[in-house]
Design a protein around this ligand. Structure first.
Ligand code: NQM
Length: 350
């Protein structure tokens, strides 16, 4: 099934329909997407990391869990597939897909689906609108970065702290300096390196295309990212999609903070879900580079609006001792196509 999940798009597969051997599976997925090729012209991918994604879904044997979700990033310009990161946007389509494929029985009105996210060994609960016990994609929920409206899918995260790095602040401190730039290395669902736009000679409101074509900036960010990755316990990140790099500046439109995020080589047209959760956490934590820039009302039930190039993403959460807990994000998803996809035989192991 091909679906839009949040502000991303990709192929949703039952694990039982794919080869069990990861190497064979990855070759098949590269062929399906049309990678490596900047335009992915011979496949389903859209020539952008955000439209070259795969969700693999299976029933779960874990107590209290309905389905397993493995996220795979199919590289656009390289013949590689990576499971080194999670994706909170594609996650939005996992629950409707699981109901459509009868892995979960729909309830009348709304169906909660408990999802084990294999990439980070964490749990998310997605609530899908199911009037008459059938998934509906129509509704009046709007998320920035997607035209029009769809049925709301509320996604709650249970335990995102240190998802890939083992600790929210993997270096043990909220602020560090690398190559003369003060930064915050944080992982509350997605490993991110936060830097102030002003420290990089930027306003922070530049268009993604302006930032992407600034070769000097990109080289500088990548040099910092590689050092940060090692310090965040991620090892050599030269060929990894984490950590992400988020450039932060004061809010422009009444939100909490403005962001521009490299994921990590192209600039996101919006922001990743779990990336936004990590940025929100930095806004709430004393001593980070985000704290002094962020504007919000501190209450026990927090709503943090993370501004990004195509609008904002609202992170809702309860705070305990200043920490975000019970985080909820509103997403939408849409079924685009259900059928058979044809792989090119030249790229597939036989
Ligand atoms: O951070 C893009 C996206 C993502 C990941 C990326 C995501 C997340 O927008 O949870 O959703 O950071 O590569 O889909």
């Amino acid at each position: 099934m091909w679906m839009r999940g949040g502000t991303s798009k990709g192929g949703y597969f039952l694990a039982s329909d794919l080869p069990a051997d990861p190497a064979e599976r990855d070759l098949l997925l590269l062929s399906i997407m049309g990678s490596p090729d900047p335009r992915q012209i011979d496949g389903m991918g859209g020539g952008d990391p955000l439209t070259s994604k795969v969700a693999i879904v299976a029933p779960s044997r874990r107590p209290g869990i309905d389905v397993e979700y493995l996220f795979l990033q199919v590289f656009v310009e390289e013949g590689r597939v990576s499971d080194a990161q999670n994706c909170g946007n594609l996650l939005a389509g996992v629950a409707p897909f699981a109901i459509e494929r009868a892995l979960v029985t729909a309830q009348i009105g709304e169906t909660p689906v408990r999802i084990f996210m294999q990439n980070t060994s964490q749990v998310a609960i997605a609530r899908v609108k199911t009037p008459n016990k059938r998934v509906t994609y129509s509704g009046d929920a709007r998320i920035d970065g997607v035209p029009g409206t769809s049925a709301a899918i509320a996604v709650t995260f249970e335990d995102t702290e240190g998802s890939s790095c083992g600790a929210v602040f993997p270096t043990g401190q909220p602020i560090d300096t690398i190559n003369g730039i003060e930064l915050t290395m944080i992982d509350n669902g997605m490993p991110c390196v936060l830097m102030r736009a002003i420290d990089l000679g930027l306003t922070g409101t530049e268009a993604p295309s302006t930032l992407e074509t600034n070769a000097t900036l990109r080289a500088r960010l990548e040099a910092i990212r590689r050092i940060a990755g090692a310090r965040m316990t991620l090892g050599d990140v030269a060929r990894k999609t984490v950590p992400k790099v988020t450039i932060i500046s004061p809010p422009q439109n009444g939100g909490a903070i403005t962001t521009r995020t490299f994921i990590p080589h192209t600039c996101h047209k919006a922001i990743g879900v779990l990336g936004a959760v990590s940025v929100a956490t930095a806004c709430l934590t004393k001593g980070t580079v985000a704290e002094a820039l962020a504007e919000f009302d501190a209450t026990d039930l927090m709503t943090l609006s993370i501004e990004h190039p195509s609008g904002e993403m609202t992170i809702m959460g309860r705070t305990e001792n200043g920490q975000l807990v019970d985080i909820e994000v509103l997403r939408t998803a849409r079924k685009l196509m259900d059928g058979a996809v044809f792989a090119s035989s030249k790229n597939v192991a036989t």
